[in-house]
Design a protein around this ligand. Sequence first.
Ligand code: PEP
Length: 251
Amino acid sequence: MRKNIVAGNWKMNKNLQEGLTLAKELDAALKGKTLNCDVVIGTPFIHLASVATAIDLSKIGVAAQNCADKVSGAYTGEVSAEMVASTGAKYVILGHSERRAYYHETPEILKEKVLLALANGLTPIFCIGEVLSEREAGKHFEVVKSQIEASLFNLSAEDFGKIVLAYEPVWAIGTGKTATAAQAQEMHAFIRKTLAGKYGETVANDTSILYGGSANASNAKELFSNPDVDGGLIGGASLGVDKFLPIIEAF
Ligand code: PEP
């Protein structure tokens, strides 16, 4: 069964003390509440272990924002999927548009990262989405389909069943320009149809597809009310409990 998920992506924000404070505040705010979605926070690498020991992991999952495309060895500065898993994190955000654009992560590199994440028991939150010029040229469906095919369609149906997708139109990320609920639903339905074509209806219906791109407390309810939108990947609005909690409670 697919799950509703609200996942925060802190990006490169919050030092360790600030991050721990935010994680503990969120933990306290969720205590005793019955939620209609899973909650995940995507922290910088150095926060993972401390955050994972400071919160109730049955209530909040922890995600890394990346992992290496290599198992281990002489890759200075890299952090492996095994290392991420050893912190208590259960998720890893992969293929974020900022990593694709600024760190030149290709579909082939991402394919390796997905395999390593799965081999280490992590759930990839795999991001896809078109840039503005691609949408304006009417190529958004084609772009998103090819991103999925190139990095994920090598997986067996069983392994694909462990993936969470996040549709993040790049023109909506950090811009304050959210996709309309109709645009999000249209793309999510297209993604689900694409998955059904490859893996069948059951896998497609069981896959959680999150929306990301300037989602906030004011638009979350409308976005999440779409039948194919199973939650959100939230950047800016995950950096404070006052902004993040109402998004969680939009479910
Ligand atoms: C993101 O970084 O994944 C994101 C969706 O950012 P924002 O919510 O700030 O647009």
